[in-house]
Design a protein around this ligand. Sequence first.
Ligand code: HEC
Length: 150
Amino acid sequence: MNTRLLAVAALSALLLGGCTDTSPGGQAVRARHEHFEELGKAMKEIDGQLKADTPTSATVRVAADKIAELAPRVKTWFPAGSGPQDGKRTDAKAEVWTRNADFGTAATRLEAAAVALKAAVEGGDAAMVRAAVKNVGAACKNCHDAFKTD
Ligand code: HEC
């Protein structure tokens, strides 16, 4: 292969990197994107219900359950080998790994907020649900501000 072909091959590998990286790290990046999409979708559904003034609807309950189910797993979505320092295309900052204890604290904050949201929805008090949703949103933002590029 001449150097030009090599360069083209390298470029295509780079461009396709997001979908063809079958290494464990690459798979972890793809899997966490999907999980975060689920979290994002659940939050959007809840926002929609709050706007429609139905904060204790079945839709909110299902979405709150989903967030409570995923929150404790967030930490496990960032195995070694899946960061920008490993050449992965990801919005995660290297700080996820270099400041892993702080990252864990940010994940734990979401876990606690998710448990509180679930309890609020089960309690059926609209004002408490609204406050709990706010806390969940703040926990998402808290981690994104420190550990995700925008
Ligand atoms: C402990 C840290 C942390 C918490 C808590 C967190 N996130 Fe994230 N989130 C990240 C990081 C890091 C990324 C970037 C992942 C990547 O690109 O590999 C991300 C990416 C995302 C994405 C983009 C996914 C994609 O397709 O690229 C969405 C949507 C998202 N988060 C939603 C949420 C929502 C909603 C919550 C709260 C319910 C939340 N996140 C809580 C760290 C967190």
